[in-house]
Design a protein around this ligand. Sequence first.
Ligand code: UD1
Length: 419
Amino acid sequence: MDKFIIHKSSLKGEVSISGSKNAALPMMAATLLTDQTCVFHNIPDVMDTRTMIKILEVLGQRIQFDNNTLVIRAKNKSGYVAPYKLVSTMRASFCCLGPLLAKQGKAKVAFPGGCVIGPRPVDLHIKGIEELGAKVVIEEGYCIAQAHKLKGAHIYLGGVFGSSVLATINVLMAAVLAEGQTIIEYAACEPEVEHLALLLKKMGADIEGEGTPLIRVTGVKELMGCEFNNIPDRIEAATFIAASLATNSFLRIKDANPFHLTSVIELTKNIGAQINIENSSFSIKPKNNLNPVNITTLPYPGFPTDLQAQFMACLCLANGISLIAEKIYPDRFMHVAELNRMGAHIQRSGPYAIVEGKKELVGAEVMASDLRASAALVIAGVAARGKTEVLRVYHIDRGYEHIEEKFEKLGAKIERQKQ
Ligand code: UD1
């Protein structure tokens, strides 16, 4: 297992943002809805993309992936079973359920378990496709869904924690080929969901209201192939904002979409930085003393749970006490103990973390527990005095493209040690 060795560094310069991983994975699953070829540009070359390629190959797609362009063609004979071995490594692969069911009338997708950030139920996915007329059973660890013909329905997709990104995506992809009209109420509004709907529309689907909590779909008979660009990764862009704050470095972030980052930019200004936006680029100039702030993670357009860890890392260096409320994954705090090993002073109480800012963090050996927590430890490592070793960086490779090269180019002393 590779590790990163990081020394305190200040950062400078500009960084280019890769295509969004969380948008790319559903786009790839959407190709199961057509027999024609799809070509996607700006797809990040990360482990999760590679895992999705393997799953689609098992399901009968032929795939080429070069220079961030994916070409996906359907083979004559399609499979409908997404095996546990692959789904267990990446929960997002559960979003093959909707398109397989819609196109082939059957799907057998491994039932994903919980993960390190807490329980991750799929009840809303199942409720949605059942309301479209599918029969669903859970057998031997698989979710087996069947429907002779899906029928449009009025579906309420709100859960205990609000909307669900992948449940909205699954139900939307099932509804595009269903007979009649479907209304999805309490749909997730994340840019990745909106982008998927735009792709489906380009493929011939009839959808209105994407990007809002109420999506209307009128089923069509078939979808075509198409060529489509991916959106920039808003979580990667904001990870570099957090790195800029933690290291008090002036950075320019390019090839991003600042309009997907309104809550983050607002918070960054409150923490104490000037942000100048020019189209798809923006610069961040932090002030010397960071202000403590309160953060509540919420569904989009609220502050994303996928940035809670990275912003916690920089608030460890703020001038006072910050309160973080995790409203999406109440157990997503594995990074707290690791940051405390670096001299941070964070107390967790249920879904809250109280972060008492310190003058400095001190390098240590720390363990990456999940994708975003790993990014937080890299940020803390670059900001901390001395040497930090981040173990198990395979987590970060799941979702950040060329992360250490990007940090290195900005001046960070970071080295990957192969184990
Ligand atoms: C997606 C993102 C992930 C992000 C998360 C929340 C992808 C590939 N992953 O995951 O990076 O952290 O959104 O923004 O896009 N829930 C239920 N029942 C369900 C489904 C979800 O109760 O059937 C709950 C979850 O436990 C969680 C909340 O709803 O508390 C939101 O989760 P959800 O939006 O579904 O997350 P994912 O789509 O899995």
